[in-house]
Design a protein around this ligand. Structure first.
Ligand code: ACO
Length: 405
C-alpha cells in the first residue's frame, strides 16, 4: 500500500500551504503592503496621500492605468464613466425576481453576474477593448446597482443617476433622494464615503481578488469574474466583517453596553465560545491597518458634523477599542482594529443600513478586481489557475457488491 502523504513529502514536488500563508500566487505591480510596518501603497503611492489628495475616480484611474491622471485625462475618464451610469432598463425586471428581504449581497451577486447577459460587446476577456469597456461599465454601474438594490428592499422607486453630480454624490443621491424629496449632498459626508471607496479600492491578493483572478483565468467574461469576487467578499471573515462588527456592537449594546465589554471580551478569549472580535485582526497587518487610522479620523469628523459624538454605539466602539488595545490577549496576537471596525460606524452615521455595508465594499473593490484581472490577462505567461492538493483520502480499493458492503 502506497502512503501518498509520504510519497508527496519524499518527492517534494510541490508545497502544501493551507490559507496561502507563504505562497505568492502571482506577480503584481498594483498594490504593496508591508504588514509589519502598517504600510499600504497603490502603484507606489502611500494610501494616506491618496486619501487626502485624490478622489475615488482618480484612484480608479491610477489602479487601472498605473499613473495618476493629469487634468485632461481625469476629465476624459470621468466623462467616460459618467456616460455609463445607467443600467439596461430590463435589469429592474431581473431585480424584481428577488424577495424584498433578500440580503443585498445575494442580490448584488446576481445583478453583477447578469450584466454579462446585457452587454455582449464586452464579454471577451482576451480582447483588450472588451476588457476596457467592461471595466468602465462595471465602475459606472456598481453605484446604480447598489442603490437599486437598496431602493428595492425599501419598496421605494429607483432614482436614476444624475450625471451632473460627481461619482460619490450621485451614489448618495440615488440612495437617499426620493421622488418627493431631493437629497442635498453634504460635503463632509460625501468626502467620507469617497474615502471609504478609496481605502477599499484594492488590497492585493485577498480572498475575493484571488477568486476573481482564478475565475478569470478560465477565460470567463469579466462580469462573471467580478460576480465571483462579490460572492467571496460576502463572507464575515472578509468583506462581511463591517456588517458583523456593527452587529456585534449592537449585541453588546443590548447586553448592557460599555459595562458589559469585560464580559464580552472574556467570551472572545475563551476559544470554545467560537466568538471573535469582529473588525479586529488582519492576515497581513500585524502592526496596524493604515486604512483603520484614516477611517478612524473620518469617523470622528462625520460624527462631529452630524452631532453624534455622544451616540451610545460610537462610545461603545471607542471603549471596546481601548480595552482591546490594552488587553494582553489582543496585544500578544497583534490584533488591532481593522478598517471595517470604523467604516461600519461611519456608514451607519451616514444613514446606510448595516445590511448594505458589504455591497458598498464591493462597489469600491470592483476597480481593484478589474485592475488585477487585467494585469493577469495581459501577462503573456498567464495560465489557468489550477492549485494542487495533498490527497489524504483512502488508498486504491475495490468496489464491493452492494449486499457485501
Ligand atoms: N478576535 C479574537 N481572536 C482572534 C481574532 C479576533 N478577531 N482574530 C484572530 N484571533 C486569534 C486567533 O484565534 C488566533 O489565536 P491563537 O493563536 O490562540 O490560535 C490568533 O489570533 C491568530 O489568528 P489567525 O486566525 O491565525 O489569523 P488569520 O490571519 O488567519 O485571520 C482574520 C485573520 C480572518 C482577519 C481574523 O483576524 C478574523 O477573523 N478577524 C475578524 C473578522 C474581520 O474583522 N475580518 C476583516 C478582515 S479585513 C478585510 O477584509 C477588509
Amino acid at each position: 500500500v502506497v502512503d501518498i502523504r509520504k510519497l508527496y513529502a519524499q518527492t517534494g514536488m510541490f508545497t502544501y500551504d493551507p490559507g496561502f500563508m507563504s505562497t505568492a500566487s502571482c506577480q503584481s505591480t498594483i498594490t504593496y503592503i508591508d504588514g509589519d510596518k502598517g504600510e499600504l501603497l497603490y502603484r507606489g503611492y502611500p494610501i494616506e496621500q491618496l486619501a487626502t489628495s485624490c478622489d475615488y475616480l482618480e484612484t480608479c484611474y491610477l489602479l487601472l492605468y498605473g499613473e495618476l491622471p493629469n487634468p485632461q485625462q481625469k476629465t476624459d475618464f470621468v466623462n467616460r464613466v459618467t456616460n455609463h451610469t445607467m443600467v439596461n432598463e430590463q435589469m429592474q425586471f431581473f431585480l424584481r425576481g428577488f424577495r424584498r428581504d433578500a440580503h443585498p449581497m445575494a442580490v448584488m451577486t446576481g445583478l453583477v453576474g447578469a450584466l454579462s447577459a446585457f452587454y455582449h460587446d464586452s464579454t471577451d476577456i482576451n480582447n483588450p477593448e472588451h476588457r476596457e469597456i467592461s471595466a468602465i461599465r462595471l465602475i459606472a454601474k456598481m453605484p446604480t446597482l447598489v442603490a437599486m438594490a437598496y431602493k428595492y428592499s425599501m419598496g421605494q422607486p429607483y432614482m436614476y443617476p444624475q450625471n451632473k453630480l460627481g461619482y460619490t454624490s450621485n451614489f448618495m443621491r440615488m440612495m437617499f433622494a426620493t421622488p418627493c424629496e431631493e437629497y442635498e449632498p453634504n460635503d463632509v459626508l460625501v468626502r467620507a464615503m469617497d474615502r471609504i471607496f478609496i481605502l477599499h479600492a484594492d488590497h492585493e491578493q485577498n480572498a475575493s481578488t484571488s477568486t476573481v483572478r482564478l475565475c478569470g483565468s478560465s477565460g470567463t467574461n469579466p462580469f462573471a469574474a467580478i460576480a465571483a469576487g462579490v460572492a467571496c467578499l460576502w463572507g464575515p471573515a472578509h468583506g462581511g466583517a463591517n456588517e458583523a462588527a456593527l452587529n456585534m456592537l449592537e449585541d453588546i449594546q443590548k447586553m448592557g453596553g460599555v459595562a458589559k465589554i469585560g464580559e464580552f471580551v472574556s467570551k472572545v478569549k475563551d476559544k470554545n465560545s467560537g466568538i471573535k472580535l469582529m473588525g479586529f485582526g488582519h492576515r497581513v497587518y500585524k502592526n496596524y491597518d493604515p486604512r483603520a487610522k484614516l477611517m478612524r479620523e473620518t469617523c470622528h469628523e462625520v460624527l462631529d458634523t452630524l452631532g453624534l459624538g455622544n451616540d451610545p454605539l460610537f462610545k461603545l466602539a471607542m471603549a471596546l477599542e481601548k480595552v482591546a488595545l490594552e488587553d494582553e490577549y489582543f496585544v500578544s496576537r497583534k490584533l488591532y482594529p481593522n478598517v471595517d471596525f470604523y467604516s461600519g460606524i461611519v456608514q451607519r452615521a451616514i444613514g446606510i443600513p448595516v445590511s448594505l455595508f458589504t455591497a458598498i465594499f464591493a462597489l469600491a473593490r470592483t476597480v481593484g478586481w478589474i485592475a488585477q484581472l487585467n494585469e493577469m490577462i495581459a501577462d503573456p505567461e498567464y495560465k489557468i489557475g489550477r492549485p494542487r492538493q495533498l490527497y489524504v483520502g483512502a488508498t486504491k480499493r475495490d468496489v464491493q457488491p452492494i449486499d457485501k458492503r
